[in-house]
Design a protein around this ligand. Structure first.
Ligand SMILES: Nc1nc2c(c(=O)[nH]1)N[C@H]1C(S)=C(S)[C@@H](COP(=O)(O)OP(=O)(O)OC[C@H]3O[C@@H](n4cnc5c(=O)[nH]c(N)nc54)[C@H](O)[C@@H]3O)O[C@H]1N2
Ligand SMILES: Nc1nc2c(c(=O)[nH]1)N[C@H]1C(S)=C(S)[C@@H](COP(=O)(O)OP(=O)(O)OC[C@H]3O[C@@H](n4cnc5c(=O)[nH]c(N)nc54)[C@H](O)[C@@H]3O)O[C@H]1N2
Ligand code: SF4
Ligand SMILES: [Mo]
Length: 758
């Protein structure tokens, strides 16, 4: 056993370290930790001295990441030890947030939230789930229980600032919002990538450690990479072909590619043929979108569009993949749908080298193909603007109006888990005021920031070195099936609670069971899940005894026992003990075809032209003739950033990671802008003053401003971030621009005006 393996199996972490032998305080040791800082899920080897992380390397033996690490992962120790992290709960007394004990904090939650639910009903409690929930075990295991007990329809998550268009498209095409095909990066011959910059983001809805290396390997083996992006990103620089498309028009380009495949008889459904319906209807639906018809709107050459379609069809295997830049746009759901339409039409969906559905270790064990219930959209609508729900969620962009618009059904309390919508969502100033007017708010957050400063109770999770990790979310999007578990690397510091325990106690306080043991939540879930499983003829435990199955579960904590249960109910004959015995992970093989078994549409087939999509196509037809203003804005991510919360780490903040407005030299000359000088940028939601950076990395007619900045509000405790605050790009939006099918905010490709400031 290697040194790191010894540390990994040492009994550290979990819900309570009580009674466990403390490592000698001066001893230097190593421990493994899956990185929670982006979707790539790299295995890290931490060097730990006296419970402090002093060095971080990529774990060369990790079955998935093989030693890859990026600058964010390398700064794990600094982020972990950030002195601005909260150490104790804060509760509001006489208007001020004061340090408090855990019992006091949960007492206050139960005492304040229960009467609101009893008087105004569950919808008066808004639940806001932010991005880091997909990066923690707690975020996977407890919010579903909270929502089941609370039964609120006031659910808002980062998905409607991000990938909801993909969920809706998958729901409609495949009958399951969770069935998301990922490009088979290791085997494909051709990748058409739109609105993604994995060289800086390290990938999204496509979990691949060392995405850059995989793109380079694709080119080395003779494959082709086409990148569609209005900016010449680091990813675009790696491509065979870079298309600087006009923002917001990807759906038109993709529709034209489909049209060419039909017109030139290049569709080859192959093995999918018998599992697809609606091909003829689709052909009619895209007929109008010829390359010649879309070229002007996309600002592309029609012949080039034909070439891209022909190359896509001719490649032995190919995958079309679109992310944030083709999702958080005016036609986001249509673009996401067309991505998979192209994968289907070229026969690349569900085949090696194409786009495949991963099978995670905690997924359901496969069951026979059968028609399903389909995917319902708009089962209810938001109170103020009537936005349809998608996946039981309302648009994050509508959170503020649901709080500040008087009337019955108004949101009066907010439970915010790992979210900073004051910076991440449109019109933070309005949300800021709205949160201030709530009757009660809880934030589970390590920082006192732009959003959590409004809470009446802030519950801080421990730093990541003190938490165990399993990727419940990202294994569903991984380009290679595998399973890895890292127990906490460092014992919980005195006075800390594991985030699983924090969220479990929150569930109990909100659900009317305040004071019960937090383990009761896990016991309840285990009993319910096993009761369902034994009654399910396709479950590996069908017909067995719930008590006996429960007794078999191992794990020292509730979350570990739940993980063990999910592995045992899953497709691979795994257990927690097996994972613990393989500290660098278990390789579960390359992605395999899963159609028709994965399909859950009513027809049991891929429904290529679903009704809600067909009904949205006239809007896209109108876009053939519309031209946005002369200048539109897009975002960008920096390699050393992470949305709104990593500007507090000195090594990640600074250098080229700056909040500047990138402007093309031709636009700068036209508008009289100077490099480094301030400009005023305005749009429907407001205006900002921002320093200009002149660069031809953005195309003409497009400016780029990153999100997550704007750390200038009082009452926060993020000293490094506050010293270089930047501006909040989302203040330019008023929350009214949404992709209608998914409720996703249009964060890219909206018109702005720009004037120099002297
Ligand atoms: N203009 C524009 N806006 C965007 C985007 C864009 O591209 N352009 N991107 C959008 C996207 S893709 C996303 S996902 C959203 C993200 O928006 P949010 O979901 O609001 O996420 P973050 O900004 O990452 O803020 C995460 C919060 O979680 C806290 N946190 C960090 N670690 C933990 C933890 O372990 N536990 C808990 N409980 N809390 C933790 C942080 O302190 C912070 O308060 O932003 C969106 N906003
Ligand atoms: N370093 C770093 N890594 C991150 C994050 C981070 O903040 N920083 N955030 C994480 C999160 S939450 C997510 S969701 C992922 C996102 O990961 P990606 O999807 O790779 O997101 P971005 O890097 O924002 O890349 C989006 C690209 O779309 C382009 N774009 C804008 N508008 C359009 C358009 O209309 N059409 C096309 N074709 N392109 C357009 C932008 O120029 C940009 O280069 O990254 C994750 N990883
Ligand atoms: S690529 Fe992502 S997961 Fe890997 S080290 Fe960097 S931040 Fe962590
Ligand atoms: Mo995201």
């Amino acid at each position: 056993m290697s040194r790191s393996a010894a540390a990994r199996t040492a009994p550290t972490g979990g819900t309570r370290p009580a009674g466990e032998p403390a490592a000698s305080p001066s001893a230097t040791r190593t421990a493994l930790r899956i990185c929670p800082l982006c979707e790539a899920t790299c295995g890290l080897t931490l060097t730990i001295e006296a419970s402090r992380v002093t060095r971080v390397r990529g774990d060369r033996d990790d079955v998935f990441s093989r030693g890859f690490i990026c600058p964010k992962g390398a700064s794990f120790g600094e982020l972990d030890a950030d002195p601005d992290r909260l150490r104790t709960p804060l509760i509001r007394k006489d208007g001020e947030l004061k340090e408090a004990g855990w019992d006091e904090a949960f007492d206050m939650i139960a005492a304040r939230i229960r009467p609101l639910i009893e008087e105004y009903g569950p919808n008066a409690v808004g639940v806001v789930l932010g991005n880091p929930n997909v990066h923690t075990m707690a975020g996977a295991l407890y919010p579903p229980v909270l929502l089941t007990l609370l039964r609120t329809r006031s659910l808002f998550t980062a998905s409607t600032l991000d990938q909801m268009p993909k969920h809706v498209s998958s729901g409609l095409l495949f009958g399951s919002a969770a069935a998301i095909p990922v490009p088979d990066l290791d085997r494909t011959d051709h990748l058409l990538l739109l609105g993604a910059n994995p060289l800086d983001s390290n990938g999204s809805l496509c979990t691949a450690a060392d995405f850059p290396g995989k793109l380079k390997a694709l080119r080395r083996r003779g494959g082709t990479l086409t990148v569609v992006d209005p900016r010449r990103t680091r990813t675009a620089q790696l491509a065979d072909r870079h298309i600087p498309i006009r923002p917001g028009t990807d759906a038109l380009l993709l529709a034209a590619l489909a049209q060419v495949l039909f017109e030139e008889k290049l569709t080859r459904l192959g093995a999918l043929e018998e599992h697809v319906e609606g091909v003829a209807e689709l052909r009619e639906a895209v007929r109008e979108f010829s390359p010649e018809a879309v070229a002007a709107a996309c600002d592309m050459d029609a012949q080039e569009i034909r070439t891209i379609a022909r190359e896509l069809a001719a490649a032995p295997t190919a995958a079309v993949y679109g992310r944030v830049g083709s999702s958080t746009v005016e036609y986001g759901t249509l673009a996401n749908w067309l991505v998979d339409v192209l994968n289907v039409l070229t026969g690349n969906l569900d085949r090696p080298g194409g786009a495949l559905f991963p099978l995670a270790a905690t997924d359901h064990a496969p069951r026979p193909a059968a028609p399903g219930k389909g995917f319902a959209l708009g089962r209810w609508a938001s109170r103020v603007s009537g936005h349809p729900e998608a996946k039981s969620e309302l648009p994050m962009a509508a959170l503020a109006e649901e709080i500040d618009t008087p009337g019955e059904g108004r949101i009066r309390a907010v439970i915010s888990l790992a979210a900073n919508p004051v910076l991440s969502a449109p019109d933070g100033d309005r949300l800021d005021r709205a949160l201030d007017g709530l009757d009660f708010m809880v934030s589970v957050d390590p920082y006192l920031n732009e959003t959590s400063r409004h809470a009446d109770v802030v519950l801080p999770p421990p730093p990541p070195s003190q938490s165990s990790h399993f990727d419940f979310a990202f294994n569903n999007f991984a380009v290679h099936n595998q399973a890895r578990y890292t127990p906490a690397a460092v014992p919980l510091e005195e006075g800390r609670l594991d985030e699983c325990e924090i969220q479990a106690r929150l569930v109990l306080a909100v659900g009317g069971m305040h004071g019960a043991e937090p383990g009761a939540v896990d016991d309840m879930v285990i009993e319910n899940s096993l009761t369902r499983a034994v009654a399910d003829p396709h479950s590996p435990v069908h017909g067995r005894d719930v008590k006996a199955l429960t007794a078999q579960l191992t794990g020292r904590t509730g979350p570990e026992r739940r993980l063990d249960m999910m592995l045992r109910l899953g497709p691979y004959d795994l257990t927690l003990q097996k994972l613990l015995a393989h500290p660098h992970g278990i390789d579960l093989g390359p992605l395999q075809p899963r159609i028709p078994q994965i399909l859950r549409t009513r027809s049991g087939r891929i429904e290529l032209l679903p009704g809600p999509i067909a009904a949205d196509l006239p809007r896209l037809r109108r876009a053939l003739k519309e031209r946005p203003g002369s200048l539109v804005l897009v975002g960008r991510r920096h390699l050393r950033s992470n949305n709104s919360w990593m500007h507090n780490v000195p090594t990640l903040n600074g250098g080229s990671n700056r909040c500047t407005l990138q402007v093309h030299p031709a636009d700068a000359a036209r508008l009289g802008l100077e490099d480094g000088a301030p400009a005023r940028i305005s749009a429907e939601g407001g205006e900002l003053e921002v320093p200009v950076e002149i660069t031809d990395a953005v195309r003409t007619g497009v400016v780029s401003l990153p999100h997550g900045w704007g750390h200038s509000r009082p009452g926060t405790r993020m000293s490094v971030a506050a010293a270089r605050p930047g501006v909040n790009v989302n203040q330019l939006l008023d929350g009214s621009r949404l992709d209608p099918l998914s409720g996703t905010a249009v964060l890219n490709g909206f018109p702005v005006e720009l004037t120099p400031l002297r």
